[in-house]
Design a protein around this ligand. Structure first.
Ligand SMILES: Cc1cc2nc3c(=O)[nH]c(=O)nc-3n(C[C@H](O)[C@H](O)[C@H](O)COP(=O)(O)OP(=O)(O)OC[C@H]3O[C@@H](n4cnc5c(N)ncnc54)[C@H](O)[C@@H]3O)c2cc1C
Ligand SMILES: *[C@@H]1O[C@H](CO)[C@@H](O)[C@H](O)[C@H]1NC(C)=O
Ligand SMILES: *[C@@H]1O[C@H](CO)[C@@H](O)[C@H](O)[C@H]1NC(C)=O
Ligand SMILES: *[C@@H]1O[C@H](CO)[C@@H](O)[C@H](O)[C@H]1NC(C)=O
Ligand SMILES: *[C@@H]1O[C@H](CO)[C@@H](O)[C@H](O)[C@H]1NC(C)=O
Ligand SMILES: *[C@@H]1O[C@H](CO)[C@@H](O)[C@H](O)[C@H]1NC(C)=O
Length: 581
């Protein structure tokens, strides 16, 4: 080795040492991985008891909800084993309510890691697995602050959970302390909210208020708010923080577009208001740019409320008989081209489904339109079906107000939320209208073996400019979001994993191929294994979001898969969370 290269080599070493030294200065106490149970640094029982005292006895030690189905729990004989209770649990497993009321069970089965399976043999052991280890059942701001402080001081993974709906498993986390905001149920009418941006009625709601609860409260004041199509997603939780589309989206925009202010405990423990006047950067980020669990723990949101109105709903069904498949998919193309744009531009929100059984519209919701007006907007599809000789069922109805519309179409719908692995993609209007055949080919490829829904809206006018809120700018040119699912097989975990593989390596790529190097996905309805998630889920907003993340969470206390800044962490196979940089 020449003297010169030795010198160059040592210069590099000096440079590396300087970088390490600099890192030491900036990150004094940063261990590489979060502490997990079994580590010497994991707090002992007395420390947890002390935390429990500071939160008024609201600390819950997690018991997996399927514990009654197993004789061994976390390596010890399980006194909770109870066949009857297990049978009841299995019957109710598929419904959101089962997991909603649990402090820790994720609705999306994949993220349970199959470590406490209600269908497996009772002799197979049950472990806490990927559930949080402890949960704070928060009812006060100070409960949240204490949780953040404890997690920070003890280097423990912090998770925020509300309803547990998250399709990307972001509201659960192995070896974590979780803050559960489900019980923050306050709700009040601010009759005359006034700021430089907006004057009019507003509703202030705690983070735990679910869509249907907000709809009911608003209806009692002859008002509506922009909530979800699913009755149980928490408005101010991952829904608004991820963007949030629902039955009023084509009228009022994304739910995030309607937010006036939010109250937040930041990752450094401060309790702040985020609005156009205070902490405006945080306010921007919280409206669609985090998907929750990123910039702080939201305790409330104040949203615009709009006058209630009559409306109508419609539904349609065309069966795939096998023989009619060519005609059916061609009709789906016709529906996308000739019916959908008119529907969403008239203020309707349309969910259509393509699956092995056929095609459905379930529902079309048209606030402020009569059923005759809605029928007219659906007529192009009726004509296409008649022309093609395809048999169909169609019905429509008119309702006195928004709540009546919502209850009419959502009653009896079983969401079976736990039964699918999910992925998704946003489809731009230009793509849908100009390259319909290619799109329909991809839809056919996916829906002959998987379940797919197209959630259609026009939110272009929700904000004056797409950069006004952090939600992906792609929403403004979207005609529908496609969400697809492969079934969970409770008795064959490898089949469930294979279904997820298919989403990542076959089904989503079929859609990605339509927009090489571009395109986007809705962060709440995306594949958790989405590559290049920064661009795909956040678009041009990512750089600014990362700056805001670093400002409010300088120690990266909050981590959620695919969230802004999550590239600083990697999950180990055993669930441990370690720094990548
Ligand atoms: C059956 C079903 C139907 C759905 N329908 C719709 C729909 O119509 N429209 C739509 O836009 N989306 C829909 N979604 C997606 C939904 O918006 C997301 O799953 C959303 O993240 C749910 O938020 P949550 O707070 O209720 O759920 P959780 O799973 O509890 O939380 C989701 C994320 O938000 C974070 N979070 C929760 N609460 C807070 C808080 N208080 N402060 C900070 N972070 C928080 C969590 O850490 C997590 O990252 C649906 C999902 C399901 C399963
Ligand atoms: C916290 O305290 C309450 C009330 O004393 C108790 O019921 C609960 O079991 C405690 N939680 C833990 C994890 O010890
Ligand atoms: C998840 O499951 C795998 C395979 O069974 C196991 O190795 C891993 O430890 C589990 N992770 C957790 C956090 O339980
Ligand atoms: C959480 O707290 C509420 C009171 O705010 C209580 O009604 C509920 O039972 C608690 N849940 C659990 C699981 O401890
Ligand atoms: C949902 O689950 C219930 C209960 O197991 C079942 O009867 C029903 O067929 C399921 N629905 C769908 C759409 O999978
Ligand atoms: C689940 O897997 C088992 C075993 O491979 C298989 O027998 C069963 O039919 C599968 N169930 C479903 C609903 O696909």
């Amino acid at each position: 080795m020449s003297t010169r290269s030795v010198l160059a080599g040592s210069a590099i070493l000096v440079a590396i040492a300087a970088i390490l030294a600099r890192d030491r200065v900036f990150f004094p106490a940063y261990p590489e991985c979060r502490t997990i149970p079994g580590d010497a640094a994991w707090p002992d029982i007395s420390a947890w008891t002390k935390l429990n005292d500071t939160v008024g006895g609201k600390l819950i030690a997690t018991v997996p909800i399927a514990a009654p189905c197993h004789k061994i729990l976390n390596g010890a004989p399980n006194s909770l084993y109870d066949e009857e209770q297990c049978a009841v649990l299995r019957d109710h497993w598929h419904f959101p309510e089962t997991h909603l009321s649990s402090p820790s069970s994720p609705m999306s089965y994949l993220f349970s890691n199959n470590t406490c399976n209600p269908w497996s043999d009772p002799d197979t052991p049950c472990t806490t697995g990927t559930d949080a280890v402890y949960v704070i059942n928060a009812t006060e701001v100070s409960d949240i602050q204490e949780g953040v402080r404890f997690a920070t001081e003890n280097n423990i993974r912090l998770v925020v959970r509300n309803t547990g709906h998250d399709y990307l498993g972001k509201s659960t986390g192995a070896h974590s302390l979780s803050i559960w905001t489900h019980k923050l149920k306050s709700i009040e009418l601010l009759g005359q909210y006034s700021s430089s941006e907006y004057t009019g009625p507003a509703i202030k709601m705690g983070a735990g208020v679910e869509s249907l609860e907000a709809y009911k409260f608003a209806a009692s004041h002859d008002l509506v708010v922009a909530g979800g199509n699913c009755p149980t997603v928490a408005m101010a939780g991952g829904f608004i923080q991820g963007g949030g589309h629902g039955p009023l989206a084509s009228k009022y925009g994304l739910a995030a577009d309607t937010v006036l202010e939010m109250e937040v405990v930041t990752p450094t423990g401060q309790y702040v208001t985020a609005s156009a006047r205070e902490n405006a950067d945080l306010f921007w980020a919280l409206r669609g740019g985090g998907g929750g669990g990123t910039f702080g723990i939201v305790t409330s949101a104040t949203v615009k409320a709009f006058p209630d109105t009559y409306g109508s709903t419609a539904s349609m069904m065309v069966a795939n008989t096998g023989d009619n498949a060519d005609a059916l998919y061609s009709a789906i193309g016709g529906f996308i081209q000739k019916a959908l744009p008119g529907l969403v531009d008239a203020g309707a929100f349309v969910v259509w489904i393509a699956a092995p059984f056929g095609f459905m519209v379930s529902p079309a919701v048209a606030p402020g339109l009569t059923s005759a007006e809605l029928d007219k907007l659906m007529q192009p599809m009726v004509d296409i079906l008649k022309e093609a000789g395809l048999e169909y069922q169609y019905s429509s109805a008119q309702h006195k107000n928004f709540l009546a519309s919502f209850e009419f179409y959502s009653q009896g719908t079983s969401w079976n939320v736990s039964d699918y692995n999910v992925g998704g993609r946003l489809i731009a209007r230009a793509l849908a209208l100009e390259r319909t055949d290619e799109l329909v080919e991809a839809v056919r490829h996916i829906s002959t073996t998987a379940f797919m829904s197209g959630v259609s809206y026009n939110v272009a006018h929700g904000v004056a400019s797409p950069g006004d809120v952090a939600a992906h700018p792609y929403f403004r040119k979207t005609l529908f979001g496609l969400a697809l699912g492969t079934p969970v097989n409770y008795t064959d975990w490898s089949a469930t994993l294979a279904g997820q593989e298919r989403i990542t390596h076959d089904l989503i790529p079929a859609l990605e191929r339509l927009t090489p190097g571009g395109g986007a996905a809705y962060l709440n309805e995306a594949n958790f294994e989405q590559g290049d998630f920064q661009r795909t889920l956040y678009g041009d907003h990512y750089g600014r979001l990362l700056e805001i993340k670093r400002k409010y969470d300088p120690e990266s206390i909050m981590y959620a898969r695919t969230a802004v800044g999550s590239e600083e962490w990697k999950e180990r196979g055993d669930g441990g969370l370690c720094r990548t940089q």
